[in-house]
Ligand binder design. Structure first.
Ligand SMILES: [Zn+2]
Length: 351
């Protein structure tokens, strides 16, 4: 397989760069690529990191993962893009600096908006996705969340209707469930359909791949800015176990640390609760804790330390993240939660 300047023959690993646009100062903007070509043919798995530039754990997990599968007989191909957003990576920010865009909202958009040509970030995403789509049998888009985060995998919903029949969608869902389970982190379903659309999450890399029938998911590897070693290790093991589930390697790996959020039902993402009062947030809970409706999860205090109000939850579920700031305005979110899911993973979108 050849990708950019990386060309690997069977049994080889090649590294190189894929040019995605040109910088005003004359250099190419290119993303690093690693192609691991198995001795024998088989599925092609893509693993990507740092589409948000301040989320380095996926990149490090990819580096370590490639190192560990180096000497194993592999059937199929693993293609890694450790840094999908080089400009955000250079500036340690989520967005790219060309126009301040979130790159992970530009996949599968196709074309510009009438008279306005697409911005450079969309062109870059189009070029990346043109490389990914034709070959991918699975896509793992590695991310991190807020600093205080319990690791988990976001499992996207799969729909059927005019675009895809129910049998195909069921097969895609089953494959997705299998691969997400193999990855091994706690599973949290994507927001409900309306919230997903409102947040343009159908245009994440994972969202676009799912729309094209490719199993894809989004591990959230703990907090941003720093590499949490135990979570990174879990991701290295998870990547290998996805290959094992696809019969690409002979042996699975065993995680050193097991991250678990046991529940008697599927969980889904929910940004909840929000504070109705501005002030300084003082948390009473932390990531990984279970809360019940009515529990006070935070106090809002004044700058001189007096309590103004309490913030309570309306749902039972796990705290996934505390937000990484203490100053809050009216209606700012206080937690990301995993709550019992009230929507199916397989959605009927036919009218
Ligand atoms: Zn991210």
């Amino acid at each position: 397989m050849k990708l950019g300047t990386a060309e690997a023959e069977p049994g080889e690993i090649a590294t190189g760069y894929l040019s995605v646009t040109e910088l005003p100062t004359g250099q190419p903007e290119h993303v690093p690529v690693v192609v691991v070509e198995g001795e024998k043919p088989g599925p092609t798995v893509w693993a990507t990191g740092a589409i948000h530039g301040d989320e380095p754990t996926g990149m490090e997990a990819i580096h370590e993962f490639v190192d560990r599968i180096r000497d194993d007989p592999l059937e199929g191909t693993v293609v890694c893009v450790p840094v999908m957003n080089p400009s955000g990576f250079r500036t340690n920010t989520r967005t790219s600096y060309y126009d301040g865009d979130d790159p992970n909202r530009y996949f599968g958009l196709e074309g510009g908006d009438g008279e306005t040509p697409p911005r450079v970030q969309q062109l870059i995403c189009d070029r990346l996705y043109e490389a990914i789509r034709p070959s991918a049998d699975a896509v793992i888009s590695l991310h991190t969340s807020w600093i205080a985060t319990y690791p988990y995998t976001i499992r996207p919903r799969v729909s059927y209707g005019d675009h895809r029949d129910e049998t195909e969608a069921t097969e895609l869902r089953d494959r997705l469930v299998e691969l997400v389970d193999a990855f091994g982190l706690p599973v949290v379903n994507q927001f409900g359909h309306d919230e997903t659309t409102q947040r343009s999450l159908q245009h994440t890399l994972t969202g676009a791949a799912i729309a094209d029938g490719i199993p894809a998911f989004t591990p959230e590897l703990g907090g941003r800015f720093v590499v949490e070693k135990d979570v990174c290790e879990a991701a290295v093991v998870g990547l290998r176990n996805v290959l094992y589930a696809l019969d690409m390697v002979a042996e699975p790996a065993t995680p050193e640390t097991r991250f678990e959020l046991p529940a008697d039902t599927d969980l889904k993402r929910l940004v909840h609760p929000h504070t109705d009062t501005a002030g300084i947030v003082r948390y009473r809970v932390r990531e990984g804790e279970w809360v019940e409706p009515g529990d006070a999860v935070a106090d809002i205090v004044t700058p001189t330390g007096e309590r103004k109000t309490e913030v309570r939850v309306d749902h039972r579920g796990y705290v996934l993240s505390r937000y990484d700031r203490v100053a809050v305005y009216e209606n700012d979110p206080v937690l990301d939660m995993a709550v019992p899911d009230d929507e199916p993973l397989l959605l009927n979108r036919s009218n």
